[in-house]
Design a protein around this ligand. Structure first.
Ligand code: AMP
Ligand code: ZN
Ligand code: FE
Ligand code: FE
Length: 281
């Protein structure tokens, strides 16, 4: 079966590998397509497209936007978006500035809790990423020996409700779908388990898919999500949510088998919307 992986992070956000390394891995595993879906940035997309030239791998330009509904985190994946769109980049810039300010605030809170970190240390871990994320802070805490694992950092300090947790920029899921639509992208609800209740509103706003294949989901969960996709006439996509660091989400690239049929359906939707669709090699 041809396989794809439509949910992959890189060094451009909080992943541990460069876009080129991720592409190399996907090619080695014989995947037919991957989507680069970094948090609030498309900075890794062009490198991945370049690295895939001359291979049989299709790289789908993508993004994962972090939104909130009440106290619930809702992540919206965007595919086949025009990642050079100026309005899109301006909006993403706002989101990333907020991530930077938030990371600084979390470092302040940690200091007040008796766990001082050097900002330079956090910045070095984030390296080329302009999309600061809690995993960068978790790694800094681990390096300093305040926690034994990044998971412990989330559980004790920086997870939702934790003493050093600071909220992100307030973006509603509907606003996230609209940002993606304006950049001619297709929106998909990421890791949607337990979030069916947001579907009617999101479908109304233009959502085209939901992530039914996901690392950590059982066969039963997947079946339920496939039925849900059918009910709302949504494309069932999926991916590994590969980050590449130990202690976090550790599924490898392509390790969640997603039938290639779904990327074909997405790419057909993209083409029908008058987009260029994918770049086949
Ligand atoms: P942020 O975008 O800063 O809110 O951070 C969210 C990211 O943190 C997710 O995309 C995951 O990569 C990671 N993450 C979330 N929960 C955990 C956890 N319990 N342990 C390790 N990593 C986590
Ligand atoms: Zn992440
Ligand atoms: Fe996510
Ligand atoms: Fe993700």
């Amino acid at each position: 079966m041809d396989r794809v992986d439509l949910h992959v992070h890189t060094l451009a956000s909080d992943g541990a590998y460069s876009p080129s390394e991720v592409v190399r891995e996907a090619v080695a595993k014989g995947l037919v397509a991957i989507a680069i879906t970094d948090h609030d940035t498309t900075a890794g997309v062009d490198e991945a497209l370049e690295a895939a030239k001359g291979t049989d791998l299709e790289v789908v330009p993508g993004i994962e936007l972090s939104a909130e509904l009440g106290s619930e985190e809702v992540h919206i994946l965007g595919y086949y978006l025009d990642h050079h769109d100026q309005a899109l980049q301006q909006k993403l810039d706002v989101l990333r500035r907020a991530r930077h300010d938030r990371a600084r605030k979390m470092v302040e809170r940690l200091a007040a809790l008796g766990m001082p970190l050097q900002w330079e240390q956090v910045a070095a871990i984030a390296a080329d990423s302009s999309a600061f994320g809690r995993p960068h802070i978790a790694q800094a805490l681990q390096q300093k020996g305040y926690v034994d694992s990044t998971g412990e950092a989330f559980a004790r300090y920086i997870g939702l409700g934790g003493p050093a947790h600071v909220s992100r920029y307030k973006l509603t899921p509907v606003a996230a779908v609209e940002i993606i639509s304006k950049a001619k992208g297709l929106s998909v609800l990421a890791h949607p388990w337990g979030q069916e209740h947001v579907l009617p509103e999101l479908v109304e706003a233009g959502l085209v898919g939901l992530e039914a294949y996901y690392g950590g989901y059982s066969i039963e969960q997947r079946e339920t999500l496939l039925q849900l996709a059918h009910k709302y006439n949504l494309v069932a996509t999926g991916g590994s949510d590969f980050h590449g660091y130990a202690g976090g989400i550790s599924t490898g690239v392509g390790d969640v088998p997603v039938p290639a049929e779904w990327v074909r359906r997405l790419s057909m939707l993209a083409t029908n919307r008058g987009h260029e669709g994918s770049s086949h090699h």
